[in-house]
Design a protein. Structure first.
Lengths: 216, 476, 252
C-alpha cells in the first residue's frame, strides 16, 4: 500500500519510530492551541482605523467601495451603477435582507448560469487585506460569486474584522470550516499576457462593496 | 520527471538572441521584482514573518508523517478521500482511475505545478479525456503545445501578438472569426470560451498552495477566479498536491498567505484565497459530491533528513526567479524543466537525474539574491554548491576542471612554487601580443571565453610579492 | 618573526590583487597605516579557497581553510581588500570546519578578527579619510560582500567622508556576471549580465566607477573597455589613498 511505504520512507529519513509519543503530543498540542503567529500592525486595528484600513486595502486592489447608511441607500447605489436594461440576480441571503429592488430587474438564480450582475451578502470582512469572506453555505451560492460580471456585496461595518485570525475564531465559534470559504479581495484579474493587469479573467470584472453603517 | 536540461547551453544561446523573450524578461523584472520590493517595504513585519514561515515549515518537515496522517483523518471526516502516490506513474494512474470511476469525459484544471511535473494532462488526454487548463497562462501554452516558462506566469515569454495568433487559430470554432489584438479583448475571449468548459466539466482538478492539517482544508490562491470555478462546478474535485505543502493550523496558513502574494506579485493578497474542506454538504447550493486528495511523493521524502531538506520549504512563489540574473537572461525554457530559476536549479536534479541536469547548478554566479528574497529563507546558493559537490563526486563535471581545482589547491600549499609560476605568468601576460592600451583582447583555451566579450586589463608589471620585496617589505 | 606591535594587521592580499593589481594592496596598507595601524604581510598566503568551494571541491576548500587559519590566527586583525575573500574567511570557514574538532574553534576565532577593508576602516578604526578631489562617481556593490558580510554602508561612508559624491546605480543589488569560473563556463550569460551592469553605469553619467572587489572590477572594466567606453574603474582603496601624501610600498 502506497501510504505505508511513503510513511515508512519519511520515518526512515527522519530517524523516528512510529510509536514515538513525544512527537505525536507535539503536533496535537500545536493543532489544538490555535496560537496566532505575528500579526502586522495593520491587522490589529479597531474602530475608525480598522474601517479606513479596509477601504484603503480593498480600493487599491480594484474594488469599488461605497459607505451607505442603510439597506435603502445600498439599493439606491446599486441602481445608480446598474446599466440600463440589465438584470441582477440575488442570492437567497441577499433577498432575506429585504432590500428593495425593482422586481422587473431581478432574475432568478439557476445553477451554473452566468449572469450580468449579482448581489450577495458575506460572512464577514477582513480589514488588513480589504477582503470579503464568503462561504458556500449561509444562503449564498458560491458559484454565483464568480459567474457574474459585476458582483455587489452587502457588508455591515461591524462585520469587518481586523485580521484572518479573527475570522478563524469566528469560524470555530460557529461550528468549523464550511466546504468553501473564500477571501474575495478585488475583482478577478490576470497579468498573464505581457505582465499587464486585465480584469474579468474568469470571475467578476467589477466588485462593488456596499458597507452599511447599520445592520442588514 | 522528463527534462531537456541537458540542452541548457544551446537553449540559453537561443534565448539570449530572442528579442521578444528579452523584452518579456525585462517586463517581468521591472514589474514583479519592483512590485515585491514595494510590497515588502510597506510591511515592517515582513522579515519577522519570513522567520516564522521558515520555522513553521521546518517543524512540519520534522513531523511530516504525523501531519500527513492528521490531514488525512480530517479530510475523511468531512467526506473526502485521500490517495497516496509514490511516483509520478502512481499519481497519473490514480487520477485517471478516479475520472473513469465517474465516467468523466470533460475535465477542467486550475494551475498546479505538480501536475506539470508528473505530466498529467497529456496522459489524461491520451486516454480520451478532454482536459482544459483554465489558468489563462496555462491555457495559452496548452493551445501552443508549450511548457511553462515561469512557475507563476507560465506564458510570460509570449507577446500579445503571439497570443492573438494562437487564439485566432483555436477559437474560430467557437465563433471568434476576427483576430483580437487588444489584451482586454483577448482576455474576454478566453473568459467566454472557458466559461463553457467550466460549466460542462465532469471533473475539476486543482493543485493546492497549502494543506491545513488541523481542518483537512486545501488552500487555493488565484487572481483569476478559475480555481473556484474549476472546483465548485463539476461533480468531482480532485486535488493533486506534493506531500510537503502541509501547514499545521489556520493560524499558520495565515502567515503564509501574508507572504505569498507579496513575494510573488507585489500585491498584499491575491484576488481570491479559497479554503476548501471536503465535498458538498447538506444545505450547500453547489459544490462537488466527490472530493479527492492525491498526495504525491515523487522524490520528496528522499529529500528529508538530507542535504536538500531545506528545499522542501519552497512555497512556489517565484521570487527567486524574478530576481535571478541568470533566469532574467535566459528565461525558463532554457532550464529544460517545468521548474526554473534558482528553485528549479535545486529541485530539478532531485526529481530527474543529476547527469541530465548538471548545468543547472553550475549556471549561477552564486550572487545570493535568490536567498535574500526567499520568503521561507531557503539557502539556495548553499544548495547549488551541494549539487556541484555531488557532480564532482560522481565525476559528472569535466575532468579538466576537477584536476585544475586540485592543482590550484596544491599550489595553495606551496607558496614558493605558486609565486614562481605567477611571476612567470605575469611576464607572459605583460608581453602578450594581442593587446592595446594596456588591455588584452584575446586569450587561449578556457580563458578565451573571457575575451569573447570583454578585454582583460594587463596585469601590473610584477606581482605584489615581487614589488613588495623590491620595495624592502619584509614578510612575516 | 619577532614581537609584533599591538594592533597589528595581517593583510590577506587575495590572489587577484597579487597577480593583477598590486596597487590595491599597497593602497590598502597606506590607508591602514594612515589610520594608525601596523600592517604585515604573512608569507604563507596564496588563495582563500573560494574556487574550490564553489567548484564542487569542498575537501580541498577545507584543506586550504586550515592552512589559511594557521597562517593568520596569531594576528590581532586580518584585513582583506575584497568582500568575496573576506566572506570566505569570515562566513564560510566556520561552516566548512564546523565538524572539525580542532579547527572549528579556530575558524570561529579567526572569523572574529577578519574584516573586509571598508568595514575595518569604519567599524574598528573609525577612520576619516582625507578629502579627495574628484567628480561624482558611481559605486558597484559586489554580491558576496553584500550578502555574506552585509557590506553596503561602509564604503559609502568612507567616500562621503572624503567628500566624494556618489550617483547611485539604478540596480545596486544586481550581479555583474563575474561569479568566479561562471564567467568562463557560461560566457554568454555572463556577458549579458555584464552588459546590463555597463548600461546602468553609463546611465549614471559618472566618469568613475568605484568598487571593493577585484573580480567584479576586471569583469566590468573589461566589458566597458571592449565596448569602447572610457569610464575609469578603480578600487575604493585606490581612490581614497590618492590623498595620502606618500603611499607606503612595503615600509612598516
Amino acid at each position: 500500500m502506497r501510504k505505508l511505504s511513503i510513511m515508512a520512507a519519511i520515518r526512515q529519513r527522519l530517524h523516528v519510530a512510529p510509536e514515538d509519543q513525544t512527537r505525536q503530543r507535539a503536533i496535537v498540542s500545536r493543532m489544538t492551541r490555535h496560537r496566532a503567529n505575528t500579526r502586522p500592525a495593520i491587522g490589529v486595528l479597531d474602530g475608525i482605523a480598522r474601517l479606513e484600513q479596509f477601504v484603503h486595502s480593498a480600493t487599491r486592489k480594484g474594488a469599488i467601495v461605497s459607505q451607505v447608511n442603510d439597506i435603502a441607500a445600498a439599493a439606491t447605489t446599486i441602481l445608480k451603477v446598474l446599466p440600463v436594461g440589465s438584470h441582477i440576480c440575488l442570492t437567497s441571503a441577499a433577498t432575506e435582507t429585504g432590500i428593495k429592488l425593482p422586481v422587473d430587474l431581478i432574475e432568478p438564480w439557476n445553477p451554473k448560469t452566468s449572469v450580468d450582475n449579482s448581489l450577495s451578502t458575506c460572512f464577514c470582512g477582513i480589514a488588513e487585506s480589504g477582503s470579503l469572506v464568503v462561504r458556500s453555505d449561509t444562503g449564498n451560492s458560491l458559484s454565483l460569486n464568480f459567474l457574474s460580471d459585476r458582483h455587489f456585496v452587502l457588508i455591515p461595518e461591524r462585520d469587518i474584522l481586523d485580521s484572518m485570525e479573527s475570522v478563524w475564531a469566528k469560524v470555530r465559534e460557529q461550528g468549523g470550516m464550511p466546504r468553501d470559504l473564500t477571501f474575495v479581495s478585488g475583482p478577478s484579474s490576470t497579468g498573464d499576457i505581457e505582465m499587464r493587469m486585465e480584469t474579468g479573467a474568469h470571475g467578476p470584472r467589477e466588485l462593488h462593496i456596499l458597507m452599511l453603517a447599520g445592520d442588514l | 520527471m522528463d527534462v531537456t536540461s541537458q540542452n541548457f547551453i544551446p537553449l540559453s544561446e537561443l534565448a539570449l538572441d530572442d528579442d521578444n523573450l528579452q523584452e518579456a524578461l525585462k517586463q517581468l523584472s521591472g514589474r514583479l521584482a519592483a512590485g515585491r520590493t514595494a510590497s515588502v517595504t510597506e510591511l515592517p513585519e515582513f522579515d519577522q514573518l519570513r522567520i516564522e514561515a521558515r520555522d513553521i515549515k521546518n517543524h512540519v518537515l520534522e513531523h511530516l508523517d504525523l501531519y500527513l496522517g492528521a490531514f488525512e483523518q480530517q479530510v475523511e471526516k468531512h467526506g473526502g478521500t485521500v490517495h497516496w502516490a509514490s511516483s509520478e506513474e502512481d499519481a497519473r494512474q490514480i487520477v485517471l482511475n478516479l475520472c473513469r470511476s465517474v465516467n468523466a469525459k470533460r475535465v477542467t484544471k486550475s494551475k498546479s505545478m505538480v501536475t506539470e511535473e508528473i505530466n498529467l494532462v497529456p496522459f489524461l488526454e491520451s486516454h480520451g479525456l478532454e482536459t482544459v487548463e483554465t489558468d489563462l497562462g496555462e491555457y495559452i501554452i496548452q493551445l501552443r503545445g508549450e511548457k511553462p516558462s515561469h512557475i507563476v506566469v507560465p506564458a510570460v515569454h509570449l507577446s500579445k501578438e503571439q497570443v492573438s495568433e494562437t487564439f485566432f487559430e483555436h477559437h474560430r470554432k467557437f465563433g471568434f472569426n476576427e483576430k483580437n489584438t487588444d489584451r482586454g479583448a483577448l482576455v474576454a475571449e478566453a473568459r467566454h470560451v472557458l466559461r463553457e468548459k467550466f460549466v460542462a466539466a465532469d471533473v475539476g482538478i486543482s493543485g493546492a498552495n497549502f494543506l491545513v492539517a488541523e481542518t483537512g482544508t486545501i488552500v487555493l490562491v488565484t487572481n483569476e477566479g478559475n480555481a473556484e470555478l474549476t472546483t465548485a462546478l463539476p461533480n468531482t474535485h480532485i486535488v493533486v498536491t506534493g506531500i510537503e505543502k502541509i501547514v499545521p493550523t489556520l493560524e499558520d496558513v495565515s502567515t503564509f498567505v501574508r507572504i505569498l502574494a507579496r513575494s510573488a506579485l507585489g500585491a498584499d493578497i491575491s484576488a481570491y484565497t479559497s479554503f476548501i474542506t471536503g465535498p458538498k454538504r447538506d444545505g450547500d447550493l453547489d459544490g462537488p459530491e466527490n472530493f479527492h486528495v492525491v498526495l504525491v511523493d515523487n522524490g520528496r521524502s528522499e529529500m528529508l533528513g538530507g542535504d536538500f531538506q531545506d528545499m522542501l520549504r519552497c512555497i512556489r512563489c517565484s521570487a527567486c526567479l524574478n530576481h535571478c540574473p541568470v533566469y532574467l537572461s535566459v528565461g525558463g525554457h532554457a532550464y529544460g524543466s517545468v521548474y526554473s530559476g534558482p528553485m528549479g536549479a535545486v529541485l530539478t536534479p532531485q526529481l530527474a537525474t543529476l547527469d541530465a541536469t548538471k548545468h543547472l547548478a553550475n549556471a549561477s554566479s552564486l550572487c545570493g539574491r535568490c536567498e535574500s528574497v526567499c520568503p521561507v529563507m531557503i539557502p539556495l546558493p548553499q544548495l547549488l554548491r551541494q549539487w556541484r559537490d555531488k557532480e564532482s563526486e560522481q565525476k559528472l563535471n569535466p575532468a579538466g576542471m576537477r584536476w585544475g581545482l586540485r592543482l590550484w589547491a596544491w599550489l595553495g600549499q606551496q607558496p614558493a612554487v605558486y609565486r614562481l609560476i605567477t611571476s612567470i605568468a605575469n611576464q607572459v601576460l605583460n608581453r602578450w601580443p594581442e593587446q592595446a592600451n594596456g588591455f588584452i583582447q584575446k586569450l587561449p583555451a578556457l580563458a578565451g571565453a573571457w575575451t569573447l566579450s570583454r578585454d582583460l586589463r594587463r596585469p601590473e608589471q610584477g606581482t605584489f610579492s615581487q614589488q613588495y620585496r623590491k620595495a624592502g617589505g619584509k614578510r612575516v | 618573526m619577532g614581537v609584533l606591535q599591538p594592533n597589528t594587521i595581517a593583510l590577506f592580499v587575495t590572489c587577484l590583487v597579487e597577480n593583477m593589481k598590486p596597487a590595491v594592496a599597497f593602497d590598502a596598507i597606506a590607508l591602514l597605516e594612515d589610520a594608525g595601524y601596523a600592517v604585515v604581510v604573512p608569507a604563507n598566503q596564496v588563495c582563500c579557497g573560494q574556487p574550490n568551494l564553489n567548484g564542487g571541491d569542498r575537501k580541498n576548500a577545507i584543506a586550504t581553510a586550515r592552512r589559511v587559519i594557521d597562517a593568520f590566527i596569531h594576528f590581532d586583525y586580518v584585513v582583506v581588500p575584497s568582500g568575496s575573500c573576506g566572506g570566505m574567511l569570515k562566513h564560510h570557514y566556520p561552516q566548512l570546519l564546523a565538524e572539525d574538532s580542532d579547527y572549528s574553534g579556530k575558524s570561529a576565532r579567526l572569523a572574529e578578527k577578519v574584516f573586509e577593508l571598508s568595514q575595518f576602516l569604519t567599524e574598528v578604526a573609525d577612520y576619516k579619510p582625507s578629502a579627495v578631489n574628484c567628480e561624482p562617481v558611481t559605486y558597484h556593490d559586489a554580491c558576496a560582500g553584500l550578502r555574506e558580510l552585509d557590506i553596503q554602508s561602509e564604503p559609502r561612508q568612507l567616500l562621503a567622508n572624503a567628500g566624494v559624491e556618489i550617483t547611485e546605480l539604478e540596480e545596486t543589488e544586481s550581479c555583474c556576471g563575474f561569479g568566479g569560473t561562471f564567467c568562463v563556463k557560461y560566457p554568454d550569460i555572463s556577458a549579458a549580465m555584464a552588459e546590463r551592469k555597463v548600461q546602468d553605469v553609463l546611465r549614471t553619467g559618472a566618469d568613475t566607477l568605484v568598487m571593493g572587489d577585484l573580480g567584479c572590477m576586471l569583469n566590468i572594466e573589461g566589458k566597458l573597455h571592449r565596448d569602447g567606453h572610457s569610464v575609469r574603474v578603480i578600487h575604493f582603496a585606490e581612490l581614497l589613498a590618492a590623498s595620502i601624501p606618500a603611499p607606503a610600498r612595503g615600509e612598516s
